[in-house]
Design a protein around this ligand. Structure first.
Ligand code: GLU
Length: 425
């Protein structure tokens, strides 16, 4: 999904880092955050800005811009994905790194938060170009990552193959194989069972728990999903397994709608073949914006940031919004959804299944063991249910939204770690 991004210096609804700071500010007020901790959390601990020159297939050299932002590591090694997208900005990567920090804290896994991004258009690059880009980027940040420092993973337009290249490049530099330096890698290299659909699985479990709290039966309920990448397509398939009728899905080229629902696995196969969900048989086309405003029970934004804004939030009719994407809802839109009593499961809870199974992968790698898919899924389910319950209880206790509650829980945990470590020197 293409989103417009404004200059990073102006404070506005569409700047992701401004939004992350607004959330921090609001949470600091809600929980009475220690001002020293607040001061520390306004900035990432480290920002790496690297140039990545590679030879293109046509023989010329192109120099790409890449970032790795390490936001906070008070609770454990930095952790977070790497995004390849033409609209990547430093402010976006900073926001995503902050959100990773909160996400790992809500899930209560021993990680800090980081994120990487490279400004490129992977859809128009060959496999060879993507491999050279990935290897050169890895070499540029190699001194700052590693199993106990910072553990990358996939994000938008990166996948297990990308992780395999990172693993190989990092290992060549170290002189020995270091499988635990990345997660979301192929199973053949120590990847975890269940990691491929873990983001969606967590998101659907969270939606299921939310449905229970409002007494919504899932069998026969309807859903719309914006974005049909890894998180979106698997969310559709897993919702269907629970009896939910998926009536609309979309990707960057547009959306499809059928009020009777469709077979998401067939849609996935169609997208695999044609490059888009658009044109799938028996559906009418729908724009990404109209999809968000459909009268469905469950809405899953699974694309990019800033999709639900002050402009369209008032038109959202879904009872439950489960955020598979990072930052799809702006703080201004949050206030409107709150007023309209939409039960929103915030990104840092709803999409934490990905990093939870990344953590399980890392634990398996460090122990040189391999779990079954059933073991991984059971552990994931238990962790998401615990995070959902803690967030829900917090929201009742503080009388705030699920977003505010999740942020409160996370920032309290990170703050406690910072204060307990103390400020050196
Ligand atoms: N990119 C994913 C996220 O935003 C996964 C991160 C990870 O597994 O480290 O949560």
């Amino acid at each position: 999904m293409e989103t417009k991004r404004e200059k990073s210096t102006t404070s506005n609804e569409m700047n992701a880092y401004d939004n992350a700071l607004k959330q921090l500010e609001r949470t600091a007020d809600i929980i009475g955050l220690n001002p020293d901790v607040h001061e520390i959390l306004k900035q990432p601990k480290r920002i790496l800005s690297v140039s990545i020159p590679i030879k293109l297939d046509n023989g010329s050299v192109k120099n790409f811009q890449g970032y790795r932002v390490q936001f906070n590591d008070a609770r454990g090694p930095f952790k977070g994905g790497i995004r390849y997208h033409p609209n990547v900005t430093l402010d976006e990567v900073k926001a995503l790194a902050a959100w990773m920090t909160w996400k790992c804290a809500v899930a209560d896994i021993p990680y800090g938060g980081a994120k990487g991004g490279v400004i490129c258009d992977p859809k128009n690059m060959s496999l060879g170009e993507k491999e050279r880009l990935t290897r050169r980027y890895t070499s540029a940040i190699a001194d700052f990552i590693g199993p106990y420092r910072d553990v990358p993973a996939p994000d938008v337009y990166t996948d297990p193959q990308t992780m395999a290249w990172i693993l190989d490049t990092y290992s060549q530099i170290q002189g020995h194989l270091v499988p635990e330096c990345v997660t979301g890698k192929p199973i053949a290299l120590g990847g975890s069972e269940g990691r491929n659909n873990s983001t969606a699985r967590g998101c659907v479990i969270a939606a299921r728990e939310a449905a229970k709290t409002i007494g919504l039966p899932l069998n026969g309920a309807t859903a719309a999903i914006q974005g049909y990448g890894n998180a979106g397509s698997w969310s559709a398939i897993l919702l269907e397994e629970l009896g939910v009728k998926v009536v609309a899905v979309s990707d960057s080229r547009g959306g499809i709608y059928n009020k009777l629902g469709f077979d998401s696995k067939k849609v996935e196969a169609f997208k695999e073949k044609t490059g888009s969900v658009v044109g799938f048989e028996g559906t009418e086309s729908i724009s990404n914006n109209n999809l968000l405003e459909l009268g469905v029970d469950i809405l899953i934004p699974a694309a990019l940031e800033n999709q639900i804004t002050a402009t369209n939030a008032g038109k959202i009719k879904a009872k439950i919004v489960s955020e598979a994407a990072n930052g799809p809802t702006t703080p201004e839109a949050d206030r409107i959804l709150e007023k309209n009593k939409v039960l929103l499961i915030p990104d840092i809870l709803a999409n934490s299944g990905g990093v939870i199974v990344s953590y399980l992968e890392w634990v398996q790698n460090l122990n040189r063991t391999h779990w079954t898919e059933a073991q991984v899924n059971a552990e994931l389910e238990q962790k998401i249910i615990t995070a959902f319950k803690s967030t829900y209880e917090k929201s009742k206790k503080l009388n705030v939204s699920m977003r505010d509650a999740a942020l409160a829980l996370a920032i309290e945990r990170v703050g406690r770690a910072i204060q307990t470590l103390g400020i050196w020197p």
